[in-house]
Structures are given as structure tokens and as C-alpha cells.
Design a binder for this molecule. Structure first.
Ligand code: DC
Length: 219
């Protein structure tokens, strides 16, 4: 069994986190949710009242900023922020925070470092295109916007957060638009990525499909 790098990209709510986590568990690989890193910085930005448009300040804050990820949790400076980073206020601002080149440069540097030994499933928006262009397996995971809203809604409900499904779908479409039209490393399918639409699949079925692909690619 090899220790390959697996890059999973796709729009908000396609189920990337659950699928990537499941595949990593099956393979005994490390799972990294890069969106959680951008969300962590966004939370700090809100708490410290830093204007989300101030890329210089955000880049500076990020430099002495300790983000630690485990497969299930996200910490900044030892504080568990796993739940706070899923709040709607964070989701609403994260696309602006993550668009700054100063922020992306430092995040990408850290992500490459985490992946340097292989044996990793890394999930985000620019993993196959920018962070790990040499990954042995690249997947672009997507689903229809309504089904993605329903899935996000389920997560919010489980966390006790109120939502309106139409509003959630509009927010998801807006975030996809911002993420795929930004100048620096926009969300796009890498040329050599495998497109996988999981609209009709259960989580278990998606994990099975991706595990099979991973094994075929040397995992
Ligand atoms: O996957 P998510 O919804 O937790 O991601 C939060 C935001 O972070 C998303 O709007 C886009 C951004 N992101 C990014 O720009 N690059 C990544 N590699 C991961 C996430």
C-alpha cells in the first residue's frame, strides 16, 4: 500500500468533508479540511473587528496565528473553535477573507507542509489546481445546489442553528459564485481531476466510489 496524496475540490455543501473524512478513515490517511483554516481566520477577523477587506492586516495576523487541525476538530492557540467556525456569520464573510493573496499564500504554504509526507486526503477549493498540483488522485466533487442546501441544512439543524432552505440555497449559490470568480486561485476543476457528481448517492456510496478510485491510483 502506497502513501499517495488525494485532492478533493468542489463547491460548498457537495459533501466534501464527510466524504473526504470517510475515505481517509478507510485508508488510514490524514484528513485535512482546508476550509476550516479559512473559517478560523474569519472568526478571528470578526472577534478582533478587523475589516474583512484589509488583506494586509489579515496576512499579518495570520503570521503569528497557530491553527491546529485534527480529523474532527479545529483549534486556534489551543482553543477549540470547531463549532463557532460553522456559524452563519462566519460563512457569510469567509469568501471575502479567503480571497486575499496575502492570506492564500500563507495558507497554501502551511497546507503543502502538512501534505509533504503523503498519506493525506486534503479537501478544499484549490487543492488540485494550486496546493497539490502533483497529487496522484484529484477529484472534483459536486452536486445540484438544492441538494447541497438540504445537506447543509441538516448540519445546521444538528447544531441547533435556525435556517430557511431557500435562503440557504441562495447563500450557497452566491458563495460558489464568489469562490469561482475571485482572481487568486478560483474554484475550478483541475484538468486532470475526475468529476464526480454525488447528487444521487448516499454518503456510504460516495465513500465507496472514492475509496475504489484511491485504490486504483495506488493507495
Ligand atoms: O468548505 P468550506 O465551506 O468550509 O469553505 C469555507 C470557505 O473557504 C469557502 O467559501 C471557500 C474557502 N476555501 C478556499 O478558498 N480554499 C480552500 N482550499 C478551502 C476553502
Amino acid at each position: 500500500m502506497g502513501e499517495i496524496k488525494i485532492a478533493i475540490d468542489g463547491p460548498a455543501g457537495a459533501g466534501k468533508s464527510s466524504v473526504a473524512q470517510g475515505v481517509a478513515e478507510r485508508l488510514g490517511y490524514l484528513y485535512i479540511d482546508t476550509g476550516a483554516m479559512y473559517r478560523a481566520l474569519t472568526l478571528v477577523c470578526i472577534e478582533r473587528k478587523i475589516p474583512p477587506g484589509d488583506g494586509g492586516m489579515l496576512g499579518a495576523v495570520l503570521h503569528d496565528f497557530d491553527i491546529r487541525l485534527t480529523p474532527e476538530k479545529t483549534f486556534i492557540g489551543g482553543r477549540d473553535i470547531s463549532e463557532e467556525i460553522r456559524a452563519p456569520e462566519v460563512s457569510a464573510l469567509v469568501s471575502e477573507v479567503c480571497a486575499h493573496p496575502s492570506v492564500r499564500r500563507e495558507m497554501v504554504r502551511r497546507q503543502r507542509e502538512m501534505a509533504s509526507h503523503g498519506g493525506i486526503v486534503m479537501e478544499g477549493r484549490d487543492i488540485g489546481t494550486v496546493v497539490l498540483p502533483g497529487a496522484e488522485l484529484k477529484i472534483y466533487l459536486t452536486a445540484g445546489s438544492r441538494i447541497r442546501a438540504i445537506r447543509r441544512g441538516r448540519q445546521l439543524k444538528a447544531a441547533g442553528i435556525e435556517f430557511d432552505l431557500d435562503e440557504l440555497e441562495r447563500e450557497i449559490i452566491l458563495r460558489d459564485h464568489k469562490d469561482s470568480t475571485r482572481e487568486d486561485s478560483p474554484l475550478q476543476k483541475a484538468e486532470d481531476a475526475i468529476l464526480h457528481d454525488d447528487s444521487e448517492e448516499t454518503l456510504e456510496e460516495s465513500i465507496n466510489s472514492l475509496e475504489k478510485l484511491a485504490r486504483e491510483h495506488g493507495a
